[in-house]
Design a binder for this molecule. Structure first.
Ligand code: TXA
Ligand code: MG
Length: 358
């Protein structure tokens, strides 16, 4: 299927909803990345998500809903209770960004099995802006708990094929639609602390959230460098045989300041006998002509976000040892892109230390 509105699409969604209600696992597209969904109110079904992804049980999941009314049963803070400070935050932010790539962390209601939230007394909720995701949630009649549909520690999937590459045989069904439009995960915003704090930059930008909060007389906690991965500026050059095989991308990612430094690093790695892949912009095409393998991300920050994970996967499949990419400005969507690049680059260096944002 590719279209929620076609007869074939509707039949696929009915079947997928049946699988969800029966306690099974369905991978489905959202506007950010593909998710791996299960009935959020069924603790055994949710446990299967962790098993399929090989995800540790201490990493909480996001609940996906299709209507604001669904919030009432999942959290003790609702948009309806506008009278409370939290209620007005939820109302203001959901009005501005839902459906869309903003996840809100809220006090968890007892209706949500603890396994969803890894035992925390909070719960993360979002309303995806994708017709297939919305149709699936409606047809299932339950909130859907869903992490990104990749093996734990791997790059998130932006196509149904990426999902199969990681999870084929471990899940019941994949709703196959187009490549996702945003390409990086949702922004996770914690509303249980004052002022609200971004836990993970994503598809809704810091600037957009600041603007929406200002409209209701609120502000955002300043950027917390503690939450961000250290960028391994003086990263030792990896040697063949020392490369991580189970992190993603499999290859070591190295961030370069500009095109000159990218070309210099490439020459360096080549001299050491390492196979190097380039993730480049349209505007770097000419400087990087004949340097293969290469993957062109596009030019704008939205292009880069949309194509980043596909590029990392493509270069990995080409069997490179090292992936080189130039840094992006940390404004707008650039914050989420820079975060993912830094995490991917830090993976091999910091091993287990930075696994919370898989
Ligand atoms: O765009 C997205 O958010 C995608 C699509 C499928 O919706 N989902 C996604 O899920 O990226 P996942 O599981 O890969 O990432 C969820 C993030 C993790 O960083 C997790 O720690 C955080 O949300 N999270 C979930 N529940 C939380 C909670 N109660 N408190 C704080 N962080 C939470
Ligand atoms: Mg994930």
């Amino acid at each position: 299927m590719s279209d929620a509105g076609s007869a074939e699409g509707r039949a696929a969604i009915r079947e997928a909803a049946r699988v969800i209600r029966d306690g099974g696992l369905v991978a489905f597209p959202t506007e950010t990345v593909y998710g791996l969904g299960a009935n959020a109110l069924d603790a055994r079904a949710v446990a299967r998500i962790f098993e399929a992804k090989q995800r540790p049980l201490n990493d909480p999941l996001i609940l996906h809903i299709a209507s604001l009314d669904d919030l009432t049963d999942l959290t003790s803070a609702t948009a309806q209770s506008d009278a409370t400070a939290l209620g007005s935050l939820v109302a203001g932010l959901t009005r501005a960004f839902w459906p869309g790539p903003l996840t809100l962390v809220l006090p968890r209601s007892r209706n949500v099995p603890p396994i969803v939230s890894a035992g925390l007394d909070t719960v993360a909720v979002r309303m995806p802006d994708h017709p297939v995701a919305q149709a699936l949630i409606h047809a299932s009649g339950v909130p859907i708990a869903a992490p990104s549909a990749n093996r734990f520690g791997h790059v998130s999937p932006t196509t149904a094929q990426h999902v199969l590459d990681d999870l084929n045989g471990r899940i019941d069904l994949v709703l196959d639609s187009h490549a996702t439009s945003i390409g990086v995960e949702s922004t996770v915003l914690d509303l249980t602390t004052a002022p609200p704090r971004i836990l993970r930059p994503g598809g809704v930008t810091r600037e957009q959230i600041e603007h929406a909060l200002a409209n209701i007389g609120q502000r955002l906690a300043p950027d917390d460098p503690q939450l961000l991965p250290r960028i391994p500026r003086n990263m030792p050059l990896p040697s063949p045989g020392m490369l991580p095989s189970h992190y993603a991308p499999r290859a070591q990612l190295a961030l370069c300041r500009d095109t000159d430094s990218l070309l210099a690093q490439r020459a360096n790695f080549a001299a050491r006998g390492l196979k190097t892949g380039l993730l480049i912009l349209e505007s770097q095409r000419q400087a990087c002509a004949n340097l293969h393998p290469q993957f062109v991300l596009g030019e704008t920050l939205s292009d880069i976000a949309r194509n980043l994970y596909a590029g990392l996967r493509a270069l990995d499949s080409a069997g490179v040892d090292v992936i080189l990419v130039t840094e992006v400005p940390r404004s707008g969507l650039g914050e989420a892109i820079a975060d993912r690049l830094a995490r991917a680059a830090a993976k091999a260096v910091e091993t287990e230390a930075n696994r919370d944002h898989d």
